[in-house]
Design a protein around this ligand. Structure first.
Ligand code: BGC
Length: 797
């Protein structure tokens, strides 16, 4: 197995869901899990297809309450394909399962190959080789090629190819009690086998989905007869072929998928049929698809040498690019936390974009911008949410879907206790901080005041306003405070002795709110006068308000205890957890919240975090930036205390269960300058989180996109110290000893395919030929100007 291949030998029902998720193929418009085409959802297999941004609402009755959820819809299944030999059993039926299976995902070309053989119970053996792709070149097309070779028989081979609209959102065990029906059949038709089609509509959002398929025998004796069978939500055709022992028969299924939300269509069914009519055969589709991937890899490759790490990094980039591709730039979608790979978190958009954006800024800036537009379009909704709380500005939801309302569920199930519990995670107001941070980073990296003037500043200022209004002046403390919120650590949602939910003065929220207010003021300064006036007038931002921004940014409260930054006010009152005892009793205690709740206890009573919370500050801000903020807030002693950051890191490191895959990424980053061995070990952990399914069964329900992108980001920004400063790129590499060499490409200020080769001794920067001005680079105080078509080497020490 090379570092471009993910392969699985044999079949293991316990791991099938994981394999399906990791073998998902997609192109940013839609994705399909790597499920066996002959299987439906049967408790082991789960053939899900998800179209980016295609959501639907449904109401369910849970624990006596009517609740409404919005889900990323499992679209009709385009995969179904099976066969039988001489009237025997169909592949997939009892007694005709495949054996000796090998599944191979080619990461370079985005092709999933499956080989196996099947014996039909009557002594007839057929060898099968299937290849599939979801075209990166033509985002509405996918194809499945199946080669069937009778080993020891000759006779009629019947191939059944179908489109299945009778699917549900039943991929996540915990959600099984909820209404999982989102599709209303709208009919089937076509002239099989050259064309069959199926139309469906989501029940509440009314999104029309159309599939059109062509099934052809492209090698072998040719189809003798074809028969069609159809229902309103299913259409299949049978092709009969006179097969001869030892001679392969190849069947190609080419499929087009459109929805009523697509651009440049009249209606989705006509569009699907027209796309199909124009589509080439498998070989042609493979060629353009391979080329599209080649171009993507030329711009996004990362090379670390070590074959296994290399393979996982490619897998992570591969899934990132399949979820958020250049095609995404033309869509109205956000960053789905679990990719387009499964149904966990219902395809919702959280703050995880904070971990995904840096890579997109440096590789696919148009896609990054489109994701910010997703937020910007939902400003009216976020403004209404702020107003409903008596606040100005825009309050973005913790979980976002189609229209930007709060999609966080009211109740969630603890599978360990069977209890339905109130979900207060919507109190994570820091989601707005993540959006503002991304606006600023996008501006810094791409250098466009036009972006700020057009919509970036509006987003940033509206978020800043809400944060400012969340802050109240406490006369007793002589400081601004933010009460009743949650930080990123979801294990604390209330004080143990307080009725109402939320915590006061979450340090991450307060300090980052100050940072956002500072950036809002800076944006106003850096905008050309006319743009500043226009955006301020448009949103009604007054001088009194911006003055208040300045006052809050100078007097926000930051809680401390035992010479470390407190996660929130009153943190010091919490009990210490006996970590050793819990580890001994339960082994894996990542989901400590579920363990304690099932014991009738609660994480709220303990100094025990799910994930990095205070430490997020050191992830987003440099030590200098943090000290500067503390100093301006009047915490000079703390700012000048060189031990504050290391002590704070140690304190929370010892009290975090890493119940989110994001946690290892943040810890790898935070420890990179002080404990390189520990940093490397957290990075390895983050690298293994999906491939090994280290959160115990969650990857089958969708990949962890934030952690996947985060691992690549740790390499290319953290270990290299890469940052954008005005027009120049700054480097300050400190590669861990396990990483002797690192190369990657990026895009910066119009230069595409800039290559960086970094070792412990030097950094080489190569800029491809172009008519652009030279690229300014800085490494540990030395500057260079790299002309297009040349390279420069700078020492890193
Ligand atoms: C984490 C959140 C994250 C969400 C979606 C949760 O487990 O605690 O920080 O946003 O998953 O990935």
């Amino acid at each position: 197995m090379n570092s471009w291949t993910l392969a699985y030998d044999g079949f293991d029902p316990r791991h099938e869901g994981l394999r399906e998720a990791l073998c998902t193929l997609g192109n940013g418009y839609f994705a399909t899990r790597g499920a066996a085409p002959e299987r439906g959802a049967d408790g082991v297999h789960y053939p899900g297809t998800y179209v980016a941004g295609c959501y639907n609402r449904a109401t369910s009755l849970v624990a006596g309450h009517e609740i409404e959820n919005e889900d990323l819809v499992n679209a009709p299944n385009w995969l179904p394909l099976t066969f039988c030999a001489e009237g025997g059993r169909w592949l997939g039926e009892d007694g005709a399962a495949g054996s000796g299976q090998r599944l191979e995902l080619d990461l370079r070309r985005g092709v999933l190959t499956r080989t196996f053989q099947v014996c039909d119970g009557e002594g007839r053996t057929t060898r099968v080789r299937q290849r599939r792709l979801v075209s990166m070149a033509e985002p509405h097309l996918a194809a499945l090629e199946t080669e069937l070779t009778p080993q020891d028989w000759s006779g009629t081979l019947t191939v059944r190819s179908a489109l299945d609209g009778a699917v549900a959102n039943s991929g996540v065990e915990r959600y099984r009690k909820l209404n999982d029906r989102h599709l209303v059949p709208q009919g089937t038709g076509g002239a099989a086998p050259e064309e069959t089609w199926l139309r469906s509509e989501t029940s509440a959002s009314g999104i029309g989905i159309a599939l059109a398929a062509r099934t052809r025998v492209t090698r072998g004796p040719g189809a003798a007869t074809a028969a069609v069978d159809s229902r309103p939500d299913w259409i299949g055709c049978d092709l009969e072929v006179a097969a001869v022992g030892g001679r392969p028969v190849t069947v190609e299924k080419v499929v087009a998928l459109h929805t009523s939300r697509d651009k440049a269509i009249s209606d989705h069914l006509t569009a699907a049929r027209a796309s199909l009519a124009r589509a080439g055969d498998f070989a042609e589709l493979l060629e353009s698809h391979t080329l599209a991937w080649r171009h993507l890899w030329q711009e996004c490759a990362v090379d670390v040498g070590d074959a296994e790490d290399q393979r996982i990094l490619r897998l992570h980039l591969f899934h990132l690019l399949q979820t958020l591709s250049p095609h995404t730039a033309d869509l109205d979608v956000g960053v789905p936390a679990r990719g387009l790979h499964g149904e966990a978190y219902r395809g919702h958009v959280f703050w995880d974009e904070l971990f995904v954006f840096p890579l997109l800024n440096l590789h696919l800036p148009e896609t990054a911008r489109a994701l910010l537009r997703y937020r910007w379009r939902r400003l009216p909704r976020a403004r209404a949410a702020a107003r409903a709380q008596g606040l100005r500005g825009a309050m973005f939801p913790w979980q976002s879907g189609s229209d930007g309302r709060e999609e966080t569920q009211h109740l969630h199930l603890n599978p360990r206790s069977g209890h339905w519990l109130s979900d207060r995670s919507y109190l994570q107001r820091h989601v707005g901080i993540a959006i503002a941070y991304n606006v600023w980073e996008h501006y810094r990296v791409t250098g466009g005041t036009a972006f700020l003037a057009n919509f970036g500043a509006e987003l940033l200022l509206e978020i800043a306003r809400t944060l400012a209004d969340l802050a109240a002046y406490d006369h007793r403390l002589g400081r601004y405070v933010i009460r009743g919120v949650m930080g990123p650590d979801e294990y604390h949602d209330a004080y143990p002795d307080r009725e109402e939910p939320g915590l006061d003065d979450n340090a991450y929220t307060n300090i980052m709110a100050v940072w956002v207010l500072q950036r809002a003021l800076q944006a106003l300064e850096e905008l050309p006068e006319a743009s500043r006036r226009r955006v301020s007038e448009r949103i009604g931002l007054t001088a009194a308000e911006t003055k208040r921004f300045g006052r809050i940014a100078a007097r926000m409260r930051v809680p401390f205890h035992e010479d470390v930054i407190s996660q929130f006010a009153g943190y010091e009152e919490l009990a210490e957890l006996d970590w050793a005892a819990y580890r001994a009793r339960y082994g894996d205690i990542r989901r400590l919240d579920r363990i304690l709740e099932a014991e009738g206890d609660s994480c709220n009573r303990y100094r025990a975090s799910k994930q990095a919370d205070v430490l997020m500050l050191f992830f987003l801000l440099s030590a200098e930036e943090l000290r500067d903020i503390l100093r301006r807030l009047g915490y000079e002693d703390r700012a000048d205390d060189p031990g504050l950051i290391p002590r704070t890191v140690d304190h929370y490191l010892a009290r975090t269960s890493h119940g989110s895959t994001l946690s290892a990424v943040v810890h790898a980053w935070v420890l990179s300058r002080t404990d390189r061995a520990a940093s490397w070990s957290f990075l390895r952990e983050a690298l293994r989180s999906d491939i090994d399914d280290s959160q115990g069964g969650t990857t089958a329900e969708g990949i962890h996109l934030g952690a996947m992108a985060g691992t690549v980001d740790v390499l290319i920004r953290c270990y290299t110290g890469l940052s954008a400063h005005g027009g120049s790129l700054r480097l300050a590499p400190t590669l861990p000893p396990e990483l002797p060499h690192l190369s990657f490409h990026l895009r910066y200020r119009g230069h595409r395919g800039v290559r960086l080769d970094i070792s412990a001794a030097e950094a080489r920067i190569s800029v491809p030929p172009s008519p652009l001005p030279p690229l300014a680079v800085e490494c540990r105080g030395r500057s260079a100007s790299v002309a297009p078509g040349t390279s420069r080497v700078l020492p890193v020490r």
